[in-house]
Design a protein around this ligand. Structure first.
Ligand SMILES: CC(C)(COP(=O)(O)OP(=O)(O)OC[C@H]1O[C@@H](n2cnc3c(N)ncnc32)[C@H](O)[C@@H]1OP(=O)(O)O)[C@@H](O)C(=O)NCCC(=O)NCCS
Length: 452
């Protein structure tokens, strides 16, 4: 009881100390969330890596256009079509492209893949001390502390010369899947009563095959379509420009010239949030809730009604958010979601889950209009599904557990983070990122303790 009072008192004071009048943001022309008044992002940097295109500006006005994503100038649709047509996996090719700026030749890719595969293993003591001994219920949290642990295994952890940064990046990118898989195994063992399976990474397998092997083993196995899809997921999640929350975090942290382990850990923390990488789990939970509350999954009216309830904070998690919908840059479409949707359908047919897929499809089709009507004339915001909309569904079809959705995002995005860190610390006009905050609290006198 006393505890409650203690915190209630503190909470009241803290809440009051956080009040800032909405009008002050306009008065001082503060770009909330680093966003301009028309919703577009404030320009804060230049990059050669990813390019996210979701609108055009005509006479100063935002015009919605179909979304496009480029990795080092190459359209993501061409990249994914390219390796899929050649019937091979594309993640290491993508990592190479992001880091070096060009597509590898056959020999370069083979050399690169072999090097990456040779880095997958973790020292036994590290697995025991960092992953198995200290219990953890969240894979991303275990991943973050393990990344900090890698600092102690590095004999030059603070060295930011280019060659050292490249070495460190490859080592981290190669080890991420192993850390995630082992963390998941530890968590299943400790909290779900499952057998602890710590398998050795297989250098002859592609990154997605190796990951599926680490979490499922040979007995449960995985199909070619499943490994292909996971590879596609990794490629689609690898990079998204410098402005997304975790990559920007990576750039901000790196700009202070701190070590790569600290910077990657900060980016993981950002990715974990439900408005960023954590959204894929929320989509699945929302759809599960919808499946229970909507009787006829084919009824446009019933689904519309449910979506309106969500927007009115009367359904699902009462946040007012339809997860998997909306994006800071994309308007009419997210190209990654479109690529994923086509594959998700194939998978749904293979798994006998077409009915469920059709429900997702219906939500995708009607939400933009439901949102437009809900927001009314004043809002010019155009929303579409984002990549997280179908990713949870795909993972359930792959029999991959919820605990792994956002960690899988991290396994992919760490390649983009590393490319951005290297760029941040290598371009010639570099400066520490340090914006300004205006204090609007005013001044107060210091009062001696016996006069308060
Ligand atoms: C992605 C996201 C964070 C972008 O947010 P943002 O750029 O700050 O918001 P926007 O400027 O796009 O949105 C403008 C308005 O639309 C609302 N909006 C945007 N997406 C929404 C959604 N999915 N559900 C409900 N309302 C939404 C915002 O709340 C805001 O309303 P307000 O003006 O009344 O405050 C946001 O769309 C969102 O929360 N989506 C759901 C979570 C998600 O899927 N995240 C994964 C991103 S890849």
């Amino acid at each position: 009881m006393e505890d409650n009072n203690f915190f209630t008192k503190l909470e009241k004071a803290v809440r009051e100390s956080c009040q800032i009048e909405n009008t002050l943001f306009e008065k001082f022309d503060v770009k909330r969330g680093l966003r301009n008044s028309d919703g577009t992002g404030v320009l804060v940097g230049l990059t050669n890596i990813g390019d996210v295109v979701g609108y055009e500006k005509e006479d100063g006005k935002v015009v919605a256009i179909p979304g496009k994503l480029f990795y080092r100038g190459i359209d993501i649709e061409d990249i994914t079509m390219g390796f899929q047509k050649e019937n091979r996996h594309g993640f290491y090719e993508t990592v190479y492209l992001l880091l070096t700026g060009h597509l590898p030749t056959k020999d370069e890719l083979m050399e690169f893949s072999e090097h990456m595969a040779s880095l997958r293993s973790l020292p036994d003591d590290f697995v025991k001390d960092m992953i198995l001994s200290m219990k953890g219920k969240d894979v991303l949290n275990i991943l973050a502390r393990s990344v900090l642990g890698l600092y102690t295994l590095d004999d030059k952890p603070d060295n930011i010369s280019l060659d050292n940064m490249i070495k460190q990046s490859l080592n981290i990118i190669a080890k991420f899947p192993t850390i995630v898989a082992y963390s998941y195994q530890a968590l299943r063992h400790l909290y779900k009563g499952k057998t602890l399976s710590i398998r050795h990474p297989q250098p002859n397998l592609s990154p997605s095959e190796n990951f599926l092997y680490l979490i499922k083993g040979e007995s449960k196995g995985y199909s070619k379509l499943e490994a292909d899809l996971l590879d596609l997921m990794l490629v689609l999640h690898a990079e998204h420009g410098g402005g997304n929350n975790s990559t920007f975090t990576m750039r901000v942290t790196s700009s202070s010239e701190t070590d790569i382990y600290s910077a990657v850990t900060s980016a993981i923390g950002s990715l974990k949030g439900p408005l960023h990488g954590g959204a894929n789990v929320r989509v699945l939970e929302m759809m599960e809730n919808m499946k229970i509350n909507v009787k006829d999954w084919t009824s446009e009216e019933e689904v519309k009604e449910y979506l309106l309830k969500i927007l009115n904070k009367k359904a699902n998690d009462f946040s007012g958010k339809i997860y998997g919908i909306g994006h800071a840059v994309y308007t009419i479409s997210d190209p990654r979601a479109a690529i994923l949707k086509a594959k998700a359908r194939e998978l749904a047919i293979e798994k006998g889950r077409l009915e469920e897929f059709e429900l997702y499809s219906l939500v995708e089709r009607i939400t933009p209009e439901v949102f437009r009507v809900f927001k009314g004339e004043k809002s010019t915001k155009v929303v579409c599904i984002n990549i997280d909309f179908y990713s949870g569904f795909v993972y359930t079809c792959l029999d991959i557990s919820k605990e792994l959705y956002t960690p899988l995002f991290a396994i992919a995005r760490v390649s983009g983070w590393c490319a951005h860190r290297i760029e941040e610390l290598t371009f010639s006009a570099k400066r520490i990122i340090r914006p300004a905050f205006k204090n609007v609290y005013g001044r107060k006198e210091y009062t001696p303790i016996n006069k308060r």
